[in-house]
Design a protein around this ligand. Structure first.
Ligand SMILES: CC(C)(COP(=O)([O-])OP(=O)([O-])OC[C@H]1O[C@@H](n2cnc3c(N)ncnc32)[C@H](O)[C@@H]1OP(=O)([O-])[O-])[C@@H](O)C(=O)NCCC(=O)NCCSC(=O)C[C@@](C)(O)CC(=O)[O-]
Ligand SMILES: NC(=O)C1=CN([C@@H]2O[C@H](COP(=O)(O)OP(=O)(O)OC[C@H]3O[C@@H](n4cnc5c(N)ncnc54)[C@H](OP(=O)(O)O)[C@@H]3O)[C@@H](O)[C@H]2O)C=CC1
Length: 440
């Protein structure tokens, strides 16, 4: 085939940027430009948080007196539904981004993360109190459900034109005189809080007239159990190597024991799930999403059986591989909220290559399954402190004034000594600076 027929291979951008973490932030940005993940302008904007100034902040929340920053890191090695993805995470805790990258690398050995999601349904609650006859009220509401949904959609013109809109009216009886009407609304790429709260307030008088009750609260529920995301991943047993373990199968079985512990004990399950939310929240904060709503819904969902349980399940697969599943409510948005006004949010969404709210939910959930896996593997083998504290040492080194390569030098010595006190870090820094001075 002559050259003019050979189509230039579109180089697939890889999320595997080995040694990325050993570089400086500036070198990492340059590498992202070289590998076409970022334009030079976007890389520069990342460095300066261009566009997020006091005026922008003052338009977002009340009583603003300044700006507050968080580190923005990238979790690497993610393959989500067959596509290489960089995962932006804004978080203050060391080792979380390393953990996500590590686990994503393990999962990439078997194709990465497979994600599916429910439709983006956000649910409004309208509470009806002092209902004279619950039976009659239920019958009347059900008889008019289609009419009521049509009326609700008459208030949701633009959303319906996008393919969203009110989908279902559900009636729940709470006690002898109280019922709650749920309006389940497809809000597409919006979280839809303002939309459905407004709809609930508009529809409440209709429900009062039909039931004879008194309207109570009109607000969305954050138990978004109709807006779940499902993430699966596997790790070949051969990839589960770890110091002190002769073979991957032993590591796999140790992780399965850790899973069982969480399934047996709510005290363990809460920390197990914190490990999941380490990944989920990092992505949601970077992408300007309502992580408080997701946290509330996730933990309520974990307790839906009446006992608080893990959000993930890890099992031995048919080929001996380690198989993981995360299932959780995850209402996300790529429009509205902070996406309207925070330029850093728009940059994070672009870095992640997010195509919409459901895609963002998948990426966040993949990060959650990854940080859960990394935590369980560390806990089940060398323990959490080795990896976590080695990275915490970097923060201690910087705290006493180490900069640039001195941070790694001081941190590595702290980790060797398993001592993470600032006084010792200061001594090491003084020693290496003195030694450097003597050598010159
Ligand atoms: C921290 C690691 C990854 C080290 O693990 P390691 O085996 O020392 O890592 P490694 O040096 O072999 O590197 C393997 C990969 O890890 C990543 N990695 C390795 N180091 C870095 C770094 N500095 N910066 C960024 N990425 C890093 C990176 O992807 C690297 O691949 P490479 O780039 O070399 O091809 C591991 O010990 C780990 O995952 N630990 C778990 C840490 C964790 O979960 N932290 C969260 C805080 S603890 C918590 O809140 C959760 C918990 C524990 O309570 C939940 C629960 O109880 O279940
Ligand atoms: N969790 C909670 O309890 C609560 C949370 N909140 C906060 O409110 C924030 C904003 O919520 P939200 O109501 O989503 O945001 P906004 O109201 O800011 O924006 C969402 C609106 O954007 C419009 N829109 C434009 N393009 C699209 C699209 N492709 N898909 C869907 N909608 C589109 C829609 O308005 P239109 O259809 O009119 O064009 C939609 O209602 C949340 O992030 C949350 O922090 C607020 C209250 C309660």
């Amino acid at each position: 085939m002559s050259d003019d027929k050979v189509q230039p291979l579109r180089r697939v951008r890889s999320s595997r940027l080995s040694g990325f973490y050993r570089q400086t932030p500036e070198q990492r940005r340059s590498r992202l430009v070289e590998s076409r993940w970022l334009s030079p302008e976007e890389a520069e904007a990342c460095a300066s948080l261009a566009g997020f100034d006091e005026a922008c902040a003052d338009s977002m929340v009340e009583n603003v007196i300044g700006l507050h920053g968080l580190p923005l890191g990238l979790a690497l090695n993610f393959i989500v539904n067959g596509q290489e993805r960089l995962v932006p995470m804004a978080v203050e805790e060391p080792s979380i981004i390393a953990a996500a990258s590590y686990a994503a690398r393990l999962c990439s050995e078997a194709g990465g993360f497979q994600v599916t999601a429910d439709e983006p349904i956000t649910t409004a609650q309208v509470q009806l109190l002092d209902v004279p006859s619950l039976r009659q009220a239920e019958a009347d509401l059900r008889a008019r459900a289609a009419e009521l949904l049509a009326e609700a959609n008459s208030h949701l013109g633009p959303m319906c034109s996008r393919g969203g809109g009110a989908r279902e009216l559900e009636i729940r009886v709470l006690d002898a005189t109280t019922l709650v009407v749920h309006l389940h609304v497809d809000t597409r790429d919006a979280m839809g809080a303002n939309l459905v709260n407004g709809l609930a307030e508009r529809m409440a008088p209709r429900f009062v007239a039909l039931t004879g009750g008194r309207a109570g609260l009109k607000i969305l529920t954050n138990l978004a159990d109709r807006r779940k995301v499902y993430v699966r991943a596997s790790v070949p047993v051969g990839a589960l190597v770890s110091e002190g373990f002769s073979e991957g199968a032993a590591v796999r079985d140790a992780i399965l024991e850790a899973q069982l512990f969480a399934e047996m004990d709510p005290y363990r399950a809460v920390t197990h799930n914190k490990g999941v939310m380490n990944g989920v929240d990092g992505v949601l904060v970077a992408c300007g999403n309502d992580w408080r709503a997701v946290e509330a819904g996730a933990h309520a969902y974990a307790a839906r059986s009446g006992v608080y349980r893990p959000l993930t399940s890890w099992r031995r697969g048919p080929g001996g591989e380690l198989q993981g599943l995360l299932e959780m409510p995850l209402p996300t948005s790529t429009v509205g909220g902070a996406a309207r006004s925070h330029p850093g949010v728009l940059r994070a969404l672009k870095l992640a290559g997010v195509t919409g709210a459901l895609d963002l939910a998948g990426v966040a959930a993949a990060a959650g399954l990854a940080t859960n896996l990394a935590a369980l593997k560390a806990l089940s083998t060398e323990g959490i402190q080795k990896g976590h504290m080695a990275l915490h040492a970097r923060r201690v080194a910087a705290e006493v004034g180490a900069e640039g390569e001195w941070v790694s030098i001081v941190a590595e010595q702290l980790a060797r000594e398993h001592v993470y006190r600032p006084e010792r870090a200061r001594e090491i820094l003084d020693e290496v600076r003195h030694h450097e001075g003597a050598a010159q």
